[in-house]
Design a protein. Structure first.
Length: 253
């Protein structure tokens, strides 16, 4: 009876957490992709900009960037709080510092294993015309640009891995769902909020979602996933921001 009562409230709870976070991002991503597909230019000639500038005034832009990073993590606090009420603590999700070597080792390995094929997939998708050109950073070059990009990468990794893997899979496992369905829901959600990039971004992130979900179900640790995701984004964001203008113009051809 207690289990049934818990399940009855998990549905609305999951919906609220997702609509405050990555579910909301998925809706906007679908709208963004629709706008791109119905534009005058082909999808491959359009650009999806991550980390855009918000204000031409440097310190106001910095303020907006930091506020955006902070408030994006509030749903993570909410998800962890809701799990804690059911006596499921961050440590139970593998969000702790008990195994730093393990987390860094597996995180680095996952990042390498996913990053290189991911770059190839994006390139192929762009050549096929099913993906927009991805611009990882739209920030101007200030003293705070690289630190903000690193913070943004960490924020993305914490938000996505805690919500889409740790929280969502934990809640879905209370239902009578097979592992295949649990992995599919987590992976498709991950892909859906990347649809603003195009279909290549969707496919690549669904594959990444399958790998990450299976890894979590096997190890019960989110930390290696946070490390892997952070490394991928840091390399993409900071690497792009550090490239010379001549290289950037070549990449956008």
């Amino acid at each position: 009876m207690i289990v049934e009562q818990a399940r009855s409230r998990y549905g609305p709870e999951i919906a609220i957490v997702l609509l405050l976070s990555l579910g909301q991002s998925a809706v906007y991503a679908i709208v963004s992709l629709t706008a791109k597909l119905t534009a005058d230019k082909p999808l491959a000639q359009q650009t999806a900009t991550l980390n855009p500038t918000v204000s031409p005034r440097p310190y106001l832009d910095l303020t907006y960037q930091l506020l955006g990073i902070f408030f994006a993590l509030i749903p993570v606090a909410l998800a962890l709080y809701l799990l804690t009420r059911d006596r499921i603590f961050p440590r139970d999700l593998g969000i702790d510092y008990r195994r730093p070597a393990y987390d860094l080792g597996w995180g680095s390995g996952l990042a390498a294993g996913i990053g290189l094929p991911g770059l190839l997939l994006v390139y192929v998708a762009l050549q096929l015309g099913i993906n927009a050109q991805i611009r990882p950073s739209g920030l101007d070059a200030y003293w705070w640009t690289v630190p903000v990009l690193i913070l943004s990468a960490i924020q993305n990794s914490v938000l996505e891995e805690v919500i889409v893997v740790g929280y969502l899979i934990t809640r879905l496992r209370t239902y009578s769902l097979s592992v295949v369905w649990i992995v599919a829901v987590s992976a498709v959600l991950r892909g859906s909020y990347h649809l603003y990039q195009g279909f290549g971004g969707f496919i690549g992130n669904v594959v990444m979602g399958v790998v990450f979900a299976l890894f979590y179900l096997k190890t019960k640790r989110v930390m290696p996933l946070i490390v892997a995701h952070a490394l991928l984004d840091i390399v993409a964001f900071v690497g792009y921001a550090s490239l010379p203008d001549s290289w950037l113009s070549w990449l956008s051809l």
